[in-house]
Design a binder for this molecule. Structure first.
Ligand code: MG
Length: 380
């Protein structure tokens, strides 16, 4: 069953104050859109995530989407409805899908159980939406309205792909409230599942301030530790912390044997308790032979991003009598900072010898240790 999530991010969102459109404003140090994407990218029931953007926002989008594996952006149109249609047509043009989830980029907190409930409801329905009861009294022109039967409707909204595409193509009315309204008017029954208060849409500057506070409360800190050793072998250069260094010996290993990046990868994976480098890149698999260890680090970074995590800091110690690390330290910090997409100020590279004791002291190999600190959403 193929299910594509389509995020509508083409709006201008001017009510949230000055600065970029609200879907690109920072929340917890990352663009709102990036938060909206990750639960969908990480969900096993979702095959692909596509984003409809405004043509002026291409750079902002590239930055927001850098952490996720995404299909190419789709250029949106003047209204939300037209942008959804353009998105659906782009999906149809690249092979279509069986199901589609339509989501607003300005709802950065999407609990996974809501996605589960929507996908379950699509068994037997062409449309499903998350709803919440109204708890406050409702008044219009000084007159109290009955609350019974009134629901607040959220996104994502889930649909059979072909049914929604047909309804969009046939639409000739005014701008609708949402896609579910269009389906209802076309005669489809719309199933309702339980929504979530955290899914609310960010609109005003106050919404952003509240969301920032909630985000800070909801992140917990985790620390991971990584250790690795590689033996010296024949060669005239070696890789250490992403930097190639001329030396009278090389390091032996299945990949490029960058012992420092291997320790770093394990520290990062340790923060999300997702095994070690060998779990993700088995040395028995010939496709990792000679591969650059930056591939391993990038994978760990993507796994952390898929959990909605933020890397705060890494500390890396290289244990060797030689080569001397000092002359390469700055280049190493820059290389690791690029891989982690962090400021070099958050990357520590240290070196020590073991006073000629043990295997490193005898010059038989190099060892490395790393510690990483990551903040993750509570419950990860
Ligand atoms: Mg290794």
């Amino acid at each position: 069953m193929s299910c594509i999530a389509l995020i509508v991010a083409a709006g201008r969102g001017s009510r949230a104050g000055d600065g970029p459109p609200k879907q690109y404003r920072l929340l917890g140090g990352r663009p709102v859109l990036s938060h909206a994407l990750w639960p969908l990218c990480a969900h096993p029931g979702i095959t692909e995530v596509r984003v409809v953007i405004h043509p002026d926002d291409r750079d902002l989008y590239e930055n927001a989407a850098a952490e996720q594996r995404l299909g190419p952006a789709i250029t949106g149109s003047a209204t939300r409805r037209e942008s959804v249609l353009v998105g659906l047509q782009a999906i149809a043009a690249s092979g279509g899908a069986q199901q589609v989830l339509i989501h607003d980029a300005a709802r950065p907190f999407l609990p996974t159980p809501v996605i589960d409930r929507l996908l379950a409801a699509l068994n037997g329905h062409e449309a499903a939406i998350p709803v919440l009861d109204v708890v406050d009294s409702l008044v219009r022109d000084g007159e109290t309205l009955p609350r019974a039967g009134i629901k607040r409707v959220q996104t994502p909204q889930a649909f059979g792909f072909e049914a929604l595409l047909a309804v969009h193509r046939a639409w000739s009315g005014d701008e609708p409230t949402d896609d579910a309204e269009m389906m209802r008017l076309a005669g489809h029954k719309v199933a309702e599942v339980k929504g979530d208060e955290r899914l609310r849409k960010l609109t005003t500057a106050e919404d952003f301030a509240e969301a920032e506070a909630a985000f800070a409360r909801a992140l917990v800190s985790r620390t991971g530790l990584g250790i690795d050793v590689h033996a010296f072998g024949p060669g005239d250069r070696l890789w250490l912390a992403g930097v190639e260094i001329a030396h009278d010996r090389g390091l032996m290993g299945h990949s490029d044997a960058d012992v420092a990046l291997h320790a770093l990868t394990d520290a990062l994976l340790g923060c999300i308790a997702e095994g070690d480098i060998g779990t993700h890149f088995p040395p028995s698999d010939p496709k990792w032979r000679g591969v650059a260890s930056s591939v391993f680090v990038t994978h760990a970074v993507e796994r952390i991003a898929a959990h909605g995590g933020v890397i705060d800091h890494v500390d890396l110690t290289i244990i060797a009598e030689e080569p001397k690390i000092g002359p390469h330290r700055d280049a190493m910090r820059q290389a690791v900072a690029r891989l982690l997409r962090l400021d070099p100020g958050r990357i520590s590279i240290k070196a020590t010898t073991t006073e000629r004791l043990g295997f490193t002291g005898r010059g038989e190999g190099i060892a490395a240790q790393s510690v990483a600190t990551v903040r993750l959403p509570e419950g990860t």
